[in-house]
Ligand binder design. Structure first.
Ligand code: AMP
Length: 398
């Protein structure tokens, strides 16, 4: 995968119409109010830069999963309103996306003006990456800018297909994603420590393999997936989550890591509970000695200490996936300890989106890490070395 792509800085946008694909997939409450506008705020630097450079902008995003149908409660109208407040200019919306109204509005916008297309996933052609649909979107503008990293692993009409018809570059959000994560993968400073948690080892297997083979000095395993590894070593894991079909493969993976001189570490102790409940009967036990009737819910204090020491002395850290059931306060201590250690890293620290990003954010550590990826699935695929269609389609930097 080529990480060196042209950005908005590399082209002249003055007097041009820019089709800007953003990720305005924001959470809404029952009254249609936006409950977290971080994604909208994240898009503002690229929008403001383009406006300052004298471009007119046709904004585009999806919201939720309307599956190709018009679902009124997934309208981007609240986003248009929020943008008006942030930018202090009118943000009219084209409800027909690529129809005559959108065409007329796109024809009429002038430098410094903005319009927004309605939820692009109201149209089935979007996710089907229909070439005629992509072409009709391209006809609205002169330049395509992709700044939606969260959907860059999808080959849809507005994330990839449109780039067949226009000069295509990235915005500041994607630029930061690919330069920071690309550098960590191409040329990391060592020691390079990966912290991998979350629920399913099957979803992270490729990433673990890639990190082991190519980059990492140490892989710290945590979260629910650690019990599948532990079972492979013959430990008792009680009722903990386990992917039985993966146990044998995990045993082989640990052998391979040993042969390659990579430390693949498992938790040494666990916080366990007699039910999946914050108010369960809770105790700390050595890993692999979880009594019957109990399940592993978090890493224990000894693991948190060992892992923290390793993390703090790293020069490159990639973290994806929580240490335990961090949504319940009694099982959030492990994830909090990891977040604290990651925030102390002196080199490069990359948070691979999703739950780990939420943990870092909720503890107020966002400013202490190098990069928080805006896309969970996309960052996993990126770090695995997979080609992301929304980035591959952009023009290569010279
Ligand atoms: P993922 O979506 O794969 O990143 O996994 C995140 C989810 O894994 C979170 O909702 C956590 O609550 C959950 N999780 C982490 N550790 C455990 C555990 N020991 N048992 C059950 N679920 C867990």
């Amino acid at each position: 995968m080529n990480y060196h792509k042209k950005s908005v800085r590399d082209i002249d946008v003055s007097g041009k119409k820019v089709f800007l694909r953003c990720d305005f997939n924001v959470p809404l409450d029952d009254n249609g109010q936006i409950t977290d506008d971080i994604r909208i705020r994240g898009a503002l630097p690229t929008i403001r830069y383009l406006l300052e450079q004298g471009a007119a902008i046709i904004l585009c995003s999806h919201l939720g999963r309307p599956k190709g149908k018009v679902v009124p409660k997934l309208s981007l109208k609240p986003v248009a309103q929020a943008l008006e407040e942030f930018l202090n200019i009118k943000v009219p919306m084209a409800e027909d996306i690529n129809g005559p109204i959108a065409q007329m509005m796109a024809n009429g916008i002038r430098p410094g003006q903005v319009m927004l297309l309605e939820n692009i996933r109201f149209r089935p052609e979007e996710e089907a990456n229909d070439p005629d649909f992509a072409k009709s979107l391209a006809a609205l503008a002169d330049i395509y800018v992709n700044d939606a990293f969260g959907t860059a692993h999808r080959a849809h009409a507005s994330t990839a297909g449109i780039a067949d018809y226009l000069p295509a570059v990235c915005g500041f959000l994607i630029e930061k994603e690919i330069t920071t994560m690309g550098k960590a993968m191409e040329n990391p400073e060592h020691p390079f420590v990966a912290i991998l948690g979350g629920s399913k080892v099957s979803e992270k297997l490729k990433l673990i393999e890639k990190l082991l083979v190519e980059h990492c000095d140490t892989v710290l395993v945590l979260g629910a997936m650690s019990y599948t590894f532990r079972k492979a070593l013959g430990g008792s894991i009680g009722n903990s989550l386990c992917e039985d079909s993966m146990v044998e493969e995990m045993g082989q993976l640990m052998e391979r890591a040993k042969d390659m001189g990579c430390n693949l570490l498992l938790p040494v102790d666990n916080v366990v509970a007699d039910k999946f409940d914050n108010d369960a009967d809770i105790k700390v036990v050595p890993a692999g000695q979880i009594p019957d009737g109990y399940m592993g819910m978090d890493i224990g204090p000894a693991t948190a200490e060992i892992y923290s020491r390793i993390i703090e002395s790293a020069r490159t850290v990639v973290w994806n996936g929580p240490a335990g059931v961090f949504e319940m306060p009694n099982f959030a201590h492990g994830t909090q300890a990891i977040a604290t250690a990651v925030a102390k890293v002196k080199g490069v620290s990359i948070i691979g989106g999703g739950d780990s990003a939420a943990a870092i954010d909720s503890m107020g550590f966002s400013r202490h890490v190098t990069h928080i990826s805006t896309g969970g699935g996309a960052s996993l695929e990126f770090l695995q070395g997979m080609e992301l269609p929304g980035i591959a389609c952009l023009d290569d930097a010279e």
